[in-house]
Design a protein around this ligand. Structure first.
Ligand code: NDP
Length: 335
């Protein structure tokens, strides 16, 4: 018996959907959440795949979480749309606002979607990729909890603050990157602690603000941004733009809102869509392709390419799911 099973895309989705509805989440929110977790599992983005399902129980247990929340889409100006997630899962609200964002970006050249009061935006790439598949450029970002010290600092103030970007390509999958602005992910640091292994220098600080390679010290101290002052400034931009700018919580406020519940962060998300032809000619867009080709021609890989290869393989052979995780998810649906 191998330690993994293979599921079709429909079976993966059904497992996630059944789990969420079993635990009382509305059909709409379950569909959005199951959809995004399935995409992540299918593309081998395992940190944001089915392994997130058990943790949704802690998030749904937060006193403010609304299992019946219905996203409320409100136009603010012709170019700006706000969606209030109503303290349900953020992804459900982002998807509810997407048609208006795309329509307005096509009409105006640029449009912005502010998602408010949503729990955990999950992986950001599925939404920006969907926008790019409709021919638009997309940018997305959100704060989390204040787990990260600024470069040169000693105490946490910033979130792990992911940033995702997607650029459409004719006849090819979009160029997509999506990563946290920390030197290493929190999950990776936790895995090192579990395995009793030291982490790399530069990943974090102990509770006294001193550099350390002890993962437990970093988890109770502070993580660090990638790229020193550069990552620190990017994380700060995200904190400002997807927090106060859109009338939502900073990472510190999100952690205070959690009040020890151990739920996923509850925060805002900013999604911007641009028409790539707004200021450019077809020659300019051909030049964009030549940049991407010049990266690949020298053997470097484009972000997103591993995912797309994994997707093709998993749609052909079945999506791998760890047997232990599958059993755990099924076990949490008994009784
Ligand atoms: P990684 O450091 O693993 O970087 C992932 C990105 O970098 C992907 O776009 C990946 O492409 C690309 N990439 C990786 N290696 C290479 C390489 N050698 N050459 C070119 N491109 C490369 O990501 P993180 O661990 O920081 O984040 C993982 C996920 O966690 C993201 O989806 C992010 O949205 C999510 N996250 C969500 C948060 C939230 O609040 N919702 C908070 C923090 C993170 P590919 O996929 O093709 O490998």
């Amino acid at each position: 018996m191998t330690d993994e099973i293979r599921l079709s895309e429909a079976e993966t989705y059904r497992l996630a959907h059944d789990f969420l509805t079993f635990h009382g989440l509305s059909q709409d929110q379950s569909a959005a959440m199951a959809g995004i977790l399935t995409k992540a599992q299918r593309d081998g983005s395992l940190s944001h795949g089915l392994q997130r399902l058990p943790g949704t129980l802690e998030t749904m247990g937060h006193p403010a979480f609304d299992r019946e929340a219905v996203a409320l889409v409100t136009p603010v100006t012709p170019a700006v749309v706000r969606v209030d997630a109503g303290f349900g899962f953020s992804i459900s609200a982002a998807l509810a606002g997407l048609p208006a964002l795309i329509e307005r970006a096509r009409a105006l050249g640029i449009a912005m979607l502010a998602v408010n009061n949503g729990f955990h935006s999950t992986a950001l790439w599925p939404v920006v990729e969907e926008i790019a598949e409709s021919g638009l450029v997309a940018l997305s970002m959100n704060p989390t909890h204040d787990w990260v010290a600024p470069a040169g600092g000693t105490r946490p103030v910033l979130g792990t603050n992911p940033l995702a970007f997607a650029w459409p390509r004719a006849g090819k999958p979009p160029y997509v990157f999506d990563f946290a602005t920390t030197a290493a992910s929190r999950a990776d640091i936790a895995l090192h602690r579990q395995a009793g292994k030291a982490i790399s220098e530069g990943w974090g600080l102990d509770p006294e603000g001193r550099p350390t390679t002890d993962p437990a010290e970093v988890l109770s101290g502070a993580m660090l941004p990638f790229g020193g002052h550069k990552g620190s400034a990017l994380a700060t931009m995200i904190e400002l733009m997807a927090g106060p700018f859109i009338g939502d919580r900073t990472s510190r406020q999100s952690a205070e809102f959690d009040a020890g519940q151990n739920a996923a962060p509850c925060h805002g998300e900013l999604i911007i869509a641009f028409d790539p032809a707004l200021l450019s000619t077809p020659d300019d867009l051909a030049a964009a392709e030549s940049v991407l080709d010049a990266i690949e021609d020298q053997g470097a890989r484009l972000p997103g390419s591993r995912r797309h290869a994994e997707r093709a393989r998993n749609l052909r052979d079945g999506i791998p799911v760890s047997r232990a995780l599958h059993e755990r998810i099924r076990g949490l649906m008994e009784g």
